[in-house]
Design a protein around this ligand. Structure first.
Ligand code: 3PG
Length: 314
């Protein structure tokens, strides 16, 4: 059987796939419009954030699984896959630690304004008075919206910093140090830092809007390492300018599909907003764990016909 890997994938794990009898076409630079021409004879397509559209799904007759080597699968046309009887799978939880590590990094960066500190220093500007105004995290309340695999990892890390952790989710996990609040608006109103961990879907689109920014405490922080669509970016800019809200996001509207090149966003150069390059999952530890699970999905299917982590079950 043949796997097309159309995104960056650790090379030692590619060898493991070959050792298991899978023919591998490793083309990490393919973009959305290249995949249909490259997947005609593939049984498996593996991607990270590269888009797999309906044309790709319909391009070949042997396609069995589209595997999102990661968590959020909004880059895959799940409807087209379901109509064609192709399973879409992901690797839930495997990159959670890395995302939680970045979220903590963003929180500390905002509190201490580390990126601005460094930028000023490199520009020859010394401003100890300005940068000595941090509030600190100890004793502050962290509100987690969406307490799944990532939320649980963040809770543990925030606790180690002496933060009080509150959470909002329909599914409640016991024993993870999170005090659940069933009303999301209440959670927002009591939190000094809010971190979002919800999937992109019609219910969460534009969820964090003027109304929710209006409920946030003055100068509170908002962290988004989930999906850009969850936040109304105009409302965010307004809240930053009018209410002193501070934000750090790893995802934004108009994220380029390519791995390098130019980028343009309305969040550029807004004081109080930090944007990173959608790197939440990009640590060696996380990508090894994701690759191992991806291989498990492919090899299990090739050997036993079983499908792990299918997200489009009927
Ligand atoms: C995910 O959904 O797994 C994360 O957003 C990571 O995406 P990436 O693998 O494209 O970096």
């Amino acid at each position: 059987m043949k796997a097309l890997i159309a995104d960056k994938f650790p090379e030692n794990h590619i060898q493991t796939l070959k050792d298991n009898g899978i023919e591998v076409s490793y083309q990490p630079k393919l973009g959305e419009n290249d995949i249909p021409g490259a997947c005609a004879d593939a049984d498996f397509i593996v991607v990270r954030s590269t888009v797999v559209n309906a044309a790709a799904i319909n391009a070949g007759s042997s396609l069995k699984l589209v595997i999102r080597a990661g968590s959020g699968y909004n880059n895959i046309d799940v409807k087209a896959a379901t109509e064609k009887g192709v399973a879409v799978c992901n690797t839930p939880g495997k990159n959670s630690i890395a995302v939680a590590e970045l979220a903590m990094g963003l929180i500390i960066s905002l509190d201490r304004r580390i990126p601005d500190n460094v930028k000023d220093f490199n520009a020859g500007v010394w401003n100890k008075a300005k940068y000595s105004a941090a509030e600190g995290l100890y004793g502050k309340t962290l509100g987690i919206i969406g307490v799944g695999n990532i939320g649980k990892e963040i809770a543990q890390r925030a606790k180690a910093f002496g933060m009080k952790v509150v959470g909002y989710d329909v599914f409640k996990q016991e024993g993870i140090g999170v005090e659940y609040i069933d009303d999301v608006e209440k959670l927002i109103s009591v939190s000094d830092v809010i971190t979002l961990h919800v999937p992109a879907n019609p219910q969460t689109k534009g969820m964090f809007n003027d109304k929710l920014f209006g409920i946030m405490k003055k100068k509170a922080m908002l962290i988004n390492t989930s999906r850009a669509d969850v936040i109304d970016e105009d409302a965010l800019i307004k809240a930053v300018k009018e209410k002193g809200i501070q934000a750090a996001v790893d995802v934004f509207k108009g994220e380029p599909e390519g791995k390098d090149g130019a980028v343009s966003s309305k969040l550029q150069n807004v004081e109080g907003v930090y944007v990173t390059h959608h790197i939440g999952a990009s640590t060696e530890q996380a990508q090894d764990a994701v690759a191992e699970e991806t291989i498990k999905i492919i090899v299990d299917y090739a050997k036993n016909g079983t499908i792990l982590h299918q997200v489009n079950k009927k």
